[in-house]
Design a protein around this ligand. Structure first.
Ligand code: SF4
Ligand code: SF4
Ligand code: FES
Length: 359
């Protein structure tokens, strides 16, 4: 099949940057990575990109297609060529470009190392000298996080990292959850304290782009939600983000509403709130904030309270209380357009639904 590609070429040593167009002949089964290989082999040996396994496991071939991160070896070109589309290929975002499609991964690995991605001592070894047995239910908590191949596609699209390059980011935090959720790790509280400081868990903007782009289904945003829940559950809640979340739960339980007016004093404390009085008054004058007293209580507040009591009674505190697969469930609930899936028709693994029977 005939394929056309536009590729952003860049040379960090000279600063030269140019969008070049290429045409090539490739077999119908070709992926984006196959096409780049053909190009480099037959037309332009200076084109730089990373690759290794060619089977979605090493994480080397992350790059952007039409502005969204993909694994080149997972991206089939057949449908794109059939549609006559000419995709634009560029280097991943949020990391410095070295040459063409190759980015400097050092900042990525620095954050990875900062998570201390190894089990720390402190757990009790089984007395009989045999292996440490963990229940399936316990491992399910970190199953998705264990699938990460460190490709950087999530980091490429992270909104919070764009405005704060020091933000730990989705990949590092997902790695953190992989160890916080592991019952053999002996440093859970220390980890939660470290991950809850500035540039940590609570600086995520919840844009969900990392879930959207992760090619392995890790769903890093879900991992960050689990870290936040574990932090609050363990009493590591000094950060304003944790206080913010706790107040929303309390507010929903007591009134059935999210009382945003009281968010500032409950989150930032009395002194900071006093400093914001002038701003609050100007908002109130323009009718932007409802009066905090008496608090508005929803007519069916008992429903909110019952829901709260139900969840509490299920003993699902911390990470166990997080809904898994929100992204996949969202696709089911809001419709899924297979034609627009960048990985092609059939690539979306539908969650198992009991009424459909075992697939
Ligand atoms: S959800 Fe959070 S971690 Fe994920 S991409 Fe958005 S800001 Fe980054
Ligand atoms: S979380 Fe997903 S996108 Fe991010 S590095 Fe791991 S595998 Fe890649
Ligand atoms: S080449 Fe290894 S993940 Fe693509």
């Amino acid at each position: 099949m005939q394929i056309a590609l536009k590729i952003w070429r860049y040379d960090s040593s000279t600063g030269e940057r140019a969008l070049r167009e290429y045409e090539l002949d490739a077999p119908e089964w070709a992926t984006l990575l196959d096409c780049l290989d053909i190009l480099k082999d037959q037309q332009d040996g200076t084109l730089a990109f990373r690759k290794s396994c060619r089977m979605m496991i090493c994480g080397s071939c992350g790059m952007r297609m039409d502005g969204a991160a993909v694994l080149a070896c997972k991206t089939r070109m057949y449908d794109i060529a059939q549609a006559g589309h000419v995709p634009t290929i560029s280097a991943m975002g949020n990391l410095p470009i070295v040459k063409d499609l190759v980015v400097d991964m050092d900042p990525f690995w620095e954050k990875f190392k900062a998570m201390k991605p190894y089990l720390q001592p402190g757990y009790e070894r089984p007395e009989d000298g045999r292996e440490y047995l963990i229940s399936q239910e316990r491992m399910n908590v970190v199953h998705k996080e264990s699938l990460c191949i460190n490709c950087g596609c999530c980091v490429s699209e992270c909104n919070a990292m764009e405005s704060d390059p020091e933000f730990l980011g989705p990949q590092a935090l997902a790695k953190g959850m992989r160890f916080v959720g592991d019952p053999r790790d002996g440093a859970t509280i220390e980890r939660l304290e470290e991950y809850s400081t500035e540039h940590g868990i609570w600086d995520c903007t919840r844009c969900y782009f990392c879930n959207e782009r992760c090619p392995k289904g890790v769903d890093p945003r879900d991992a960050i939600a689990k870290l936040g829940a574990e932090a609050v559950h363990s009493g590591v809640d000094r950060d304003m983000g944790a206080k913010h979340a706790k107040w929303f739960v309390r507010s929903a339980e007591t009134t059935g509403w999210l009382r945003e007016t009281e968010l500032v004093p409950k989150t930032q404390g009395v002194v900071s709130s006093i400093k914001e009085i002038k701003f609050a008054m100007s908002l109130a004058r323009r009718g932007k904030v409802p009066p905090p007293f008496p608090p508005h209580v929803a007519r069916d507040v008992d429903e909110a309270r019952n829901l709260h009591n139900l969840v509490r009674g299920q003993d699902r505190g911390g990470a166990l209380g997080q809904v898994q697969g929100e992204h996949a469930l969202g696709k089911l609930a809001h419709g899924y357009d297979e034609e627009r899936d960048p990985y092609g028709p059939g690539s979306f693994p539908k969650p198992y639904l009991p009424e459909e029977g075992a697939a």
